[in-house]
Design a protein around this ligand. Structure first.
Ligand code: SF4
Length: 250
């Protein structure tokens, strides 16, 4: 089994519990306005590797990552290659390596389900909670984008059904989702899902602009200011309080 890999980062402290080896898979069906990895979008780019080759690298790092750390699959959208993701997660189980999946939750079907069954923890990026704004945000500004919030809700239902632990994340973008009402709406969407363990709001930062320039593409949020981290922390506390999670922790 082979997959297309964008890159591998052997030490990350921000992609799940503990220290992780993060494998970025190539390809993404979304075009989020704030995406700072536009070089992961094209499914034809990247390098082809086998499950064994990737796992070899993960296992090489594992002594430094400990029991809490492990492998996180990110992207791009890792569930665009669900068979490869499932193969890696199955191998993680065999070698007692903790696994995590960083996904937008926009894809479904039996192969996606199998990958989610096998992973230990899902990091779900709920990009917006208003259906129209969601479509526009993930569709590169197009209000008629194919992927809608309904897909994320179906993914949340799958997490419920599989009793899969998950963290919810959202990038806070000024003028898009930085109001108290946006925070409350996020808490309302997440509230019914009992396996939610943690909420992380991340400030929008203008990190990927140079990549767009290099690719000859326009960065749609070039005129949008970066989010104020203090404001984002306040909104995160608000979401957590509403959900009964400890505010100010994490
Ligand atoms: S889901 Fe959005 S942010 Fe993530 S790689 Fe795809 S376009 Fe970029």
């Amino acid at each position: 089994m082979t997959g297309r890999i964008h890159s591998i980062q052997t030490f990350s402290a921000v992609d799940g519990p503990g220290l992780r080896c993060v494998v970025f898979l190539q390809g993404c069906p979304l075009r989020c306005l704030y995406c700072h990895n536009p070089d992961t979008h094209d499914v034809h780019q990247g390098e082809e590797k086998t499950v064994d080759e990737v796992m070899e690298e993960v296992l090489r790092c594992q002594p430094y990552h400990g029991r809490r750390g492990g492998l996180t699959l990110s992207g791009g959208e890792p569930l665009l290659q669900p068979g490869f993701a499932a193969g890696l997660f199955a191998r993680c189980r065999r070698f007692a390596v903790a696994s995590a999946l960083d996904t937008s939750g926009c894809l479904g079907g039996p192969a996606v389900r199998r990958a989610v069954e096998l992973v230990d923890l899902v990091l779900l990026d709920v990009k917006h909670t208003d259906a129209d704004r969601y479509r526009e945000l993930v569709g590169g500004g197009r209000a008629d984008a194919v992927f809608g919030l309904d897909r994320v809700k179906e993914f949340l239902a799958l997490l419920d059904e599989l009793k899969k632990p998950f963290w919810a994340r959202q990038v806070v973008v000024p003028g898009w989702n930085d109001s108290e009402a946006d925070a409350d709406a996020l808490a309302d969407v997440l509230g019914p899902h009992k396996t939610l363990q943690r909420v992380e709001l991340l400030p929008f930062r203008d990190l990927g602009r140079w990549k767009y320039e290099r690719l000859g593409r326009t960065f749609a949020l070039a005129d949008t200011p970066e989010a104020d981290p203090q404001r984002v922390a306040q909104l995160e506390d608000r979401v957590k309080r509403r959900l009964g999670l400890a505010a100010g922790s994490q």
